[in-house]
Design a protein around this ligand. Structure first.
Ligand SMILES: Cc1cc2nc3c(=O)[nH]c(=O)nc-3n(C[C@H](O)[C@H](O)[C@H](O)COP(=O)(O)OP(=O)(O)OC[C@H]3O[C@@H](n4cnc5c(N)ncnc54)[C@H](O)[C@@H]3O)c2cc1C
Length: 393
């Protein structure tokens, strides 16, 4: 098998093998729009507004941006995407992406739906992980209050009791089904509450292998030390650390809040520092792979290549079950499909949910892909390259 180099990720024939000519062109135009900042802002906002006004735009959204970034409106509807990815050696992580609903009924509904994803994944090697977002299961304000060490009233104590119960129900179901469970990371001002809960759960569920995975946003300069501390805790308490590494998606909010509240910016000084923090995190996990399972959630080509090098250096098989590579569905297929074809463990996050409720997720993807944020020009170039390559054949 070939060594992964930066040229490997230029192989557009492998990257877009699953796309028909029509799908390829559609993706090209989608990124073309997204790459234009004004157009991107205008189209996402008007699509959102049109849905709210019950205008008949659902079909258009479903056949364009939704189809590109999401598996379907339900678990059942996402099965086709799961099967397609699996055909190319790529797993799927069904991510119930309904955002912005923060009451007890919504938390219970998210619990029920995430339980369904675990049932659906049980015994299904096409779906190696399940996932949930902390703010889907409980209130951010409540978690922040706990992090600040504030006294909770009886109602709040009961509410946090229910949050714990939801986490433990999911942890137990994942453990009993032998499915790994990723818990996403959001804002630093309540992450400590989640960390504490997850380490407690790791003691219970990660005795033989990692079932519960905490997420480390490596744009936080404290994250590498947090991984080391969690690793030490695992050794002391006898659990395998499940570590999902990402760079982090909420940099602007973090920086703004730090200024507003007058505390030290928790984010690395610049992109270079975040990159170093991320790659050092990968290195630490691979060096301690006997006690840590690693989930590498990144679209950064160097970091993905670097992880393959680290694995080689430590004589690890490409499909070592303790290491997974992951990208979001609809993005960086040049990384996922190439690594999958080379025999590495790869899984795509596949968001799903009713279109109207998945809109915040889609808007974030559009914003992240503007020419300012940078990712879309890379996608555009690759799509264009493949269109030209196919024309030449
Ligand atoms: C499978 C998967 C799961 C994910 N889950 C989560 C999650 O649970 N929580 C979460 O927050 N995000 C999550 N993300 C998003 C992730 O955190 C990144 O925002 C996104 O993947 C872009 O980073 P990158 O590693 O792909 O590569 P790149 O495009 O190389 O890096 C961009 C990132 O670098 C950092 N950065 C950019 N500019 C600066 C700067 N000036 N100073 C400091 N840092 C900078 C930011 O984190 C930015 O997002 C996930 C991504 C993937 C692929």
């Amino acid at each position: 098998m070939t060594k992964i180099t930066s040229e490997s990720f230029e192989n557009t024939e492998k990257a877009f093998v699953a796309k028909s000519d029509w799908q390829l062109k559609k993706a090209y135009w989608l990124f073309k729009i997204v790459n234009n900042n004004t157009m991107a802002r205008l189209s996402t906002r008007s699509a959102n507004l049109a849905l709210k006004m019950h205008l008949p735009v659902k079909g258009i959204i479903k056949n364009t941006v939704f189809e590109h970034f999401c598996g379907g409106e339900s678990i059942e509807e996402s099965q086709e995407t799961v099967a397609m990815l699996n055909k190319y050696g790529i797993g799927a992580i069904l991510d119930y992406s309904v955002e912005g609903k923060h009451d007890e009924a919504a938390f219970d509904n998210a619990l029920k739906e995430t339980m369904r994803t675990i049932e659906n994944a049980k015994g299904n090697d096409k779906i190696p992980y399940c996932v949930f977002k902390p703010t889907g299961m409980g209130s951010a304000e409540l978690m922040e209050k706990i992090q600040l060490g504030k006294e909770l009233n009886d109602e709040e104590k009961a509410a946090f009791g229910r949050v714990r119960e939801r986490y433990y129900k999911l942890g137990q179901a994942a453990h009993d089904s032998n499915i790994r469970l990723l818990i996403d990371a959001e804002d630093s001002w309540y992450q400590q509450t989640i960390d504490n809960l997850l380490y407690e759960m790791m003691e219970k569920f990660n005795k033989e292998r990692a079932i519960i995975f905490n997420t480390y946003q490596m744009y936080r300069w404290a994250s590498l030390q947090n991984i080391k501390d969690a690793h030490a805790r695992g050794k002391e308490k006898g659990f395998v650390l499940g570590a999902k590494l990402v760079r982090g998606a909420y940099m602007e909010n973090e920086r703004e809040r730090a200024v507003e509240k007058g505390y030290q910016d928790p984010i690395c000084a610049d992109k270079h520092a975040t990159d170093k923090s991320y790659n050092d995190g990968l290195k630490y996990c691979v060096e301690n792979i006997g006690e840590i399972e690693l989930f590498n959630g990144s679209h950064n080509e160097y970091s993905n290549m670097y992880l393959t090098e680290l694995m080689k250096k430590h004589d690890l098989a490409k499909d070592d079950p303790r290491i997974y590579f992951s990208q979001l569905y609809g993005m960086s297929d040049n990384i996922s499909f190439v690594l999958g074809a080379e025999g590495y463990n790869v899984a795509k996050y596949v968001p799903y949910g009713p279109i109207k409720h998945v809109m915040p997720y889609l808007i974030r993807r559009a914003e992240e892909n503007t020419s300012v944020a940078g990712q879309s020009s890379r996608e555009l170039n690759l799509l264009y390259k493949e269109i030209v390559r196919r024309k030449g054949n």
